[in-house]
Design a binder for this molecule. Structure first.
Ligand code: TZP
Ligand code: MG
Length: 214
């Protein structure tokens, strides 16, 4: 399985649905969509997931369901992303099997080591900086913590694709890749842009034109 360098994340917004957000991002070249629903009951959430899956299939993009292992399984999404307060990635692996992508969120080296031994396929490391998109933010890491955590990973033989998340802007891409991360995950910088497709396209270009391949 290929883990994209650009993890595009949809969000609950009053003026645009999740599948429409996903379509705009994919039109800009995003090939990985994380559906991040926070305010829908199971059935509505599942319908939203099916709509978003249709968009992803049309563009050949990978669909990751945030928080909900059951929906990922029922619609046969490509994977699930689990935060610290969600289902354990170990239990999720038992439910979903080896073909699903499982991602986890980390804020500390202990989180990274746990997720590594839980055999996740990628890790979102953050928050990089303050963001309004997520409630109950963990302590902000910034570039220096990214650098030191990546050095600790290297020293411990912990090799996994790690994406930087939380308030990431286009101008941060180079620093984050140079710190040794695989890529980035972004939500509002694309969803709240005047032209979300163009911004997604700029991220995709910046991430893939980089000379440093992690
Ligand atoms: N987890 C840590 S920060 C964050 C998540 C889901 C939100 C990222 O959103 P944005 O809008 O790119 O800051
Ligand atoms: Mg979660």
């Amino acid at each position: 399985m290929t883990i994209s360098k650009l993890h595009y994340i949809s969000q609950d917004l009053p003026h645009i649905s999740h599948w429409q957000q996903a379509r705009l991002a994919c039109e800009g070249g995003a090939d990985w969509v994380q559906l991040r629903v926070k305010n829908q009951d199971f059935e509505a959430w599942k319908q939203t997931a099916l709509q978003t899956q249709e968009v992803c299939k049309a563009f050949g993009a990978t669909l990751i369901i945030n928080d909900n292992v059951q929906i990922a399984k029922e619609i046969q999404a490509d994977g699930v992303h689990l935060g610290k307060t969600d289902a354990s990635p170990i239990v999720a692996r038992e439910i979903l099997g080896d073909s699903f992508i499982i991602g986890g969120t980390a804020n500390t080296f202990e989180d990274l080591a746990f997720l590594h031994q839980a055999k996740v396929n990628y890790i979102g490391l953050g928050p990089f900086r303050f963001t309004k998109t997520k409630k109950n933010l963990s302590p902000i890491l910034g570039l220096e913590k990214y650098q030191s955590l990546l050095a600790s990973c290297k020293a411990s033989g912990l090799h996994l694709p790690i994406v930087g998340i939380g308030g990431v802007q286009l101008a941060d891409v180079e620093d984050i890749l140079l710190a040794g991360l695989h890529g980035i995950a972004v939500s509002s910088v694309i969803n709240l842009a005047d032209n979300p497709s163009a911004v997604a396209n700029n991220f995709m270009k910046a991430l893939t034109e980089q000379l440093y391949v992690n």
